[in-house]
Design a protein around this ligand. Structure first.
Ligand SMILES: NC(=O)c1ccc[n+]([C@@H]2O[C@H](COP(=O)([O-])OP(=O)(O)OC[C@H]3O[C@@H](n4cnc5c(N)ncnc54)[C@H](O)[C@@H]3O)[C@@H](O)[C@H]2O)c1
Length: 321
């Protein structure tokens, strides 16, 4: 039986992936240090005898080595995904993203039986692309955040290891992924702020940041289609919706879904050019024709993804009160 290793499997996207793999009958080993994730995210599948959880840190080589042994497909999602962290503490992204990936690759090279590595990269590797929608072969890549740079460094290492040591690699460049269990990003942030002050929502930047958002289950489906259908040894695939949404529209949707009236939306605390923070890309839309040619289509547009995610997250946060 093929065993899947999911790093970061107790996190937002990782836990949805583990559920999907378990439902397809795979044996799944999850490794997560629970720095950003939560075992509650895996509640629905921890009783499944095919799913095993190990609390461990990718920076600890011995732990990684053990996890990699006997795993044939590795889904590498563990990372620090917060763009803003890197502005104040760049070493976090260097260690949690680049060093952790290097450790994993070394284990794959030395002990693994793995023939496939799947990596969740990000639209932020493109920086402020001048071609919108941005295709995978756009260049030069000039990330404007340490987070984006760290993921691009991971991509490079993965590609070089795949070609040098002979395994398959799928690199997914994800747009903003939204949905239940997310504990970072714009929707979670707005809900938290509105819960503490239902009269005013303070939005970072001018609210005109225009980006692409995709519902998490669409993202998991995209990852499965890419894995099954792509024939390249190293495939880079954009994953996102085909449209964009402005931050101020997301604010409206979250307010509506929370059933609030008369909320004052204040655009404060951002940078002079309207972005929310240093490293915030104001205009992002990915060209997804490569994945579409493999047979995948997003089931939701941005507005639907954001509304669904907001509704489900609000319910989830109300339940966990
Ligand atoms: N959510 C998005 O919109 C988005 C967009 C683009 C790319 N991504 C990428 O997708 C992946 C998953 O993101 P997410 O949104 O689910 O974030 P998340 O924080 O929910 O998941 C990351 C998981 O990795 C774990 N982790 C972090 N460092 C670790 C380490 N050193 N050892 C073991 N476990 C560790 C955390 O505990 C967490 O459970 C990340 O690689 C992220 O960069 C996410």
């Amino acid at each position: 039986m093929r065993r899947a290793l999911v790093t970061g499997g107790a996190g937002f996207i990782g836990s949805h992936l583990v559920e999907e793999l378990a439902s397809r009958g795979f044996e799944v080993l999850v490794i997560d240090n629970l720095s950003g994730g939560d075992l509650k995210n895996l509640e629905s599948c921890l009783n499944d005898p095919n799913v095993k959880f190990v609390k461990g840190d990718l920076l600890d080589y011995e732990t990684v080595k053990k996890a990699v042994e006997e795993s044939t497909t590795i889904y590498h999602l563990a990372a620090n995904p917060e763009v803003r962290v890197g502005t104040r503490r760049p070493e976090v992204h260097y260690r949690q993203n680049v060093e952790a990936t290097f450790n994993l690759l070394e284990a794959v090279r030395k002990v693994g039986e793995a023939d496939t590595l799947v990596f969740t990269s990000t639209s932020t590797v493109y920086g402020e692309a001048t071609v919108i929608p941005t295709p995978e072969d756009y260049g030069p890549l000039k990330p404007i955040s340490v987070y984006g740079a760290s993921k691009l460094a991971c991509e490079s290492l993965i590609m070089a290891y795949a070609y040098t040591y002979g395994f398959r690699a799928l690199i997914y460049r994800l747009a903003n992924i939204v949905g239940p269990r997310s504990r970072h990003g714009i929707i979670y942030d707005f809900i938290k702020k509105l819960k503490s002050n239902p009269k005013e929502l303070r939005v970072l930047g001018d609210g005109r940041q225009n980006k692409s958002y995709l519902y998490v289950k669409d993202c998991i489906e995209a990852m499965m289609v890419g894995l099954e259908k792509s024939e390249e040894q190293v495939a880079i695939l954009n994953v996102g919706a085909e449209d964009q949404l402005e931050v101020r529209e997301i604010a409206e949707i979250v307010i509506e879904e929370m059933g609030l009236k008369g909320v004052k939306v204040a655009y404060v605390g951002g940078l002079e050019d309207g972005r929310g923070w240093v490293g915030d890309v104001k205009n992002m839309l990915l060209d997804i024709s490569k994945l579409k040619a493999l047979g995948w289509r997003p089931r939701h547009n941005c507005r639907e993804s954001v509304r669904l995610a907001a509704r489900e997250l609000i319910e989830e946060l109300n339940r966990s009160k």
